[in-house]
Design a protein around this ligand. Sequence first.
Ligand SMILES: Nc1ncnc2c1ncn2[C@@H]1O[C@H](COP(=O)(O)OP(=O)(O)OP(=O)(O)O)[C@@H](O)[C@H]1O
Ligand SMILES: C[C@@](O)(CCO)CC(=O)[O-]
Ligand SMILES: [Mg+2]
Length: 387
Amino acid sequence: MEVRARAPGKIILSGEHAVVHGATAVAASINLHTTVSLLFSSDNDNMLQLNLKDMALEFSWPIGRIKDTLPDFDAPSPSTPKCCSIESLRAIASLVNELNIPEAKIALASGVSAFLWLYTAIQGYKPATVTVTSELPLGSGLGSSAAFCVSLSGALLALTASAGLDYSNQGWATYEETGLDLVNKWALEGEKIIHGKPSGIDNTVSTYGNMIKFRSGELSRVKSNLPLRMLITNTRVGRNTKALVAGVSERKLRHPDAMASVFDAVDSISKELSAIIQTPANDDISVTEREEKLEELMEMNQGLLQCMGVSHASIETVLRTTLKYKLSSKLTGAGGGGCVLTLLPTLLSGIVVDKVIAELESCGFQCFIAGIGGNGVEVCFSGAPSS
Ligand SMILES: Nc1ncnc2c1ncn2[C@@H]1O[C@H](COP(=O)(O)OP(=O)(O)OP(=O)(O)O)[C@@H](O)[C@H]1O
Ligand SMILES: C[C@@](O)(CCO)CC(=O)[O-]
Ligand SMILES: [Mg+2]
C-alpha cells in the first residue's frame, strides 16, 4: 500500500524571530504543499531510498548500514517523539556526507538528515521508497522545511496504531486531534535538525492549518473575519533560517535590554493584529478601516525586523516599489531575502495589482497570490494493505 501525506506551507503575518524569544506571532497556512509518498516493498534490495523528485536527486542506503550507524531502533517507538542527540546527529552526518550532494545543493543536507532521523526513529529498519515533491520554493520563508517535516511525519505515522486512520478511506483524510499532536511533535524534532532553534510555529501551522496565534509553544486558533488577500513576492535571494535565527540571538546577547523591548513591541503588534482580524464583520469598524490598521501594523513589524537585522536590500526594493502604489509590505519567515507579503486591500483595483506585479517582476522577482488558511496535514492511501 502507498501512503501519501501532504502538508501546507505558511505565511507569518506578524512576529517571526520575536516568537523564538517568547513573543506572540500570527501565521496562516497557504495552498502550496509538500507531498511525501511512502511505499514499503520487498523488491528494493533491503534499501531505504529517498527520491527528491523536484531536484532530480535520488539517495539510498543499505538498511544494514543504517542499523550499524543508528543501532537503537530495533523496536522504534512512534508514539514517543524523540530528540536527535548530538551523537546520533554526528552518526547521521556520516551517512549524509557519503552521498556527495552537489555543492550547489548542499543546503539539502540538513533536510536529508532530518529525513534519516524521522524515518529511523519512527519506522526503524524497514526497507522503503520515499518520494518527495513540493510546490513550495525551498529556503524562501514559506515554511518549506516545516512542510517537509510535517508531511514526512504524517506519512510515517499514518500506518501506526496511534494514527487511528481508516485505510479504506478514498481521497485525502485528516488525522484525529491526538494524531495531529503526534505528527506536530515529531515534525518539531525534524525542524530542530534543520533550524537549530525553531519556535515551533511553522510546523504547528502546517500541521493544524488555518490561522493561528502562537506563543511559547502554545497555539490558539484565529478565526479570520477579514477577506485577507496577500501578494507574495519571492525576491529569489536564497538564505538559511538557521543562520538568521542564530544572528538574532547573537544581537540579543550584545543588546539584551534593547532587544527585549523590540520583542515586546512585536508581541503587542501580533496581539493587536489578531484582534483586528477576528473582529466580527458586523462590527462598526469597516473592512477598509481594519485593512488600514493591518497595513500600519505590518509596516511597524517590518521596522522592528530591520532592528533585528534580518531585512535585505532585495526586501527593501520590494518595500519601496509597493509603497509607490501606497501598498504596505513586510518580509515573511526568516527574512534575509526570501519572500515579502503585501496586503492587497479589498477595494484595490485589478489594474493597480497588475501594475505593481509587473514592476516587481521587472526587478527579477516572482509574484503570486496564494490562498490563505486551508487545511493542515492530510493523508491518502492507495493500493492493498501490505501484510
Ligand atoms: N522538499 C524538500 N526536500 C528536501 N529538503 C527540504 C525540502 N523542503 C525543505 N527542505 C529542507 O529545508 C531547508 C530550507 O529550510 P529553511 O528553514 O532554511 O527555509 P524555509 O523553511 O523555506 O523558510 P522559513 O523557515 O523562513 O519559513 C532546505 O535547504 C532543505 O534542507
Ligand atoms: C524566523 C522564525 O521565527 C520563523 C521562520 O518561518 C523561526 C521560528 O520561529 O522557528
Ligand atoms: Mg524553515
